[in-house]
Write a protein that binds this ligand. Sequence first.
Ligand code: GCU
Length: 597
Amino acid sequence: MENKIDNKSTGTFLDNIHDEDYERPYLSKMVTSSDMIFDNYREKESLNGYWNFQIDQYDTCIRAKWYEEEYKLESGMYQPVDYDFDSWDTIKVPSCWNTQNERFYYYEGPAVYTRTFRYENRGEERVFIKFGAVNYEAKVFLNKKYIGMHRGGSTPFFIEVTGLLEESNRIIVVADNTRKKEAVPARNTDWFNYGGVYRDVEILRLPETFIKDFRISLVPNSNFKKIRVQLEVDGRQLNEKAIIEIPKLNITKEINCVNGKADFEIKADPELWSPEKPRLYDVKVNYLFDSIQDKVGFREIKADKTGIYLNGQRIFLKGVCTHEESVPNGKAITEEEIMENFNLAKQMNCNFMRLAHYPHTEKAARIADKVGILLWEEVPVYWAIDFKNHDTYKNAENQLTELILRDTNRASVIIWSVGNENADTDDRLEFMSSLAKKAKEIDPSRLVSAACLVDTDNLMIKDRLTDYLDIIGLNEYYGWYAPDFNDLIKLLDNSNPQKPVIVTEFGADALKGARGTFDDLGTEDCQLYVYRKQTETLDKIPYIQGTTPWILYDFRCPRRTNPLQLEYNRKGLLSEDKSYIKPAYYVMKEFYATKKY
Ligand code: GCU
């Protein structure tokens, strides 16, 4: 390769090989929660399907600007290029590349997705492209132009493309699932690092002025007789009338937006949403030429030192944890697979699920609204996050905000979790208490929690973060990582928390069908013993107001390599394909059948 001695720019795509700061210019177009648009039930056009795909280990698409499709030098002579989009293999969108081709199973790094599509302008004035999620980072290009990037592998993002679409278009997405110290999550987790454009990609056509945000919920402490509506519109006409209709409540109300916003209360007497009776109401809002709708349940969730209250009734959260994963689809799980998980939980007498450790697809909360399951949703502030790094904090805060804005109207979601198993340090306290305050500020109608660690030095439930939480989540593995159950009893006796505690993880590995004595690690007998001891111990503790054992079914984890694991975490109550129920499942079923609170 000819290499100019003075390193003077060759004026070609070869310049990039000497530039290790090539990413900097792209950071100026970071897409965040402020770009989100209310899109529930909006008509959208799908860009799902088979896209051309190429793993790109050296990030050459970005370095050499493949997206510019510049084949000629300034002299007009052709230059050699290292790509040919249309000749590449194809991959299904949405999907995780890991499950689409065994060559990509373990791949971590940048990968290039591209497709062409036709677009017919029908006089709409604003156009956006929505990505349900890309793990972990996405840079997006349209018709040779860079249009934005997003960080965070589990939340949606919207990019405005008004005026950029032609009759025939090419979109390119560089998805990069490289694990990084400063990312959220960071480099070390206990789940499989799937990559790709794994949720829907859609086009949204909107009028010049449109409804950007719409939130509706029961006003806490209003004796279930008041509904709060928050509205935000985007465009030039920001001071017009909005009309909200809830036909089954005989509500039609006009309200004036002022500078694009409205925040008002309406007297109402809705049938309250609950897991037993998941009543949803059709809600419609019109503003000028825009109209949106949603299906909303009205319920109140509260917690104080005496317990957790749903619609004023004391409740024990009978839950179970689950990752977002299936054997065939990885993180790109289908609605059928979500329904299967919820049904398995309900058959275990659950009323609650902890969606660990990151925002699951928005379809999950929508289904939970319909079938009646309460949800804990969480951002992946997991283990050793770069708590000193302000950019890392802004990333975590953005993912939390995107999650809350996305699911704000979902009655099933009762708890926002700001993280999992983080050592109690000053930097972590500052970082996660700020997240907890942010969640409360954005959404005062829900509870805030986190899955905290046992204070093993003092054998207590003691973590400074709990001062900022409504509910204390506690991960404890007595009978497994901490073998001595007597310590669990001491821990519980030593503690006197002034707010409800949910044991957000307990459990033990068991390979399906593996049998042995009660202390044979990795056998069903051992898991069964742990579950029996855990439930009988926790049942006696008044401040324990919920349990979500770890975990509904086995899941992929490359760190787990012994013969019983074979790159799976085997703490599931079912096998990884959910075809086999382990005996400990029935311990939870029985425990929840009679547990009052
Ligand atoms: C931790 C962690 C989980 C992990 C589990 C385990 O508590 O929160 O993500 O999978 O323990 O070790 O199995």
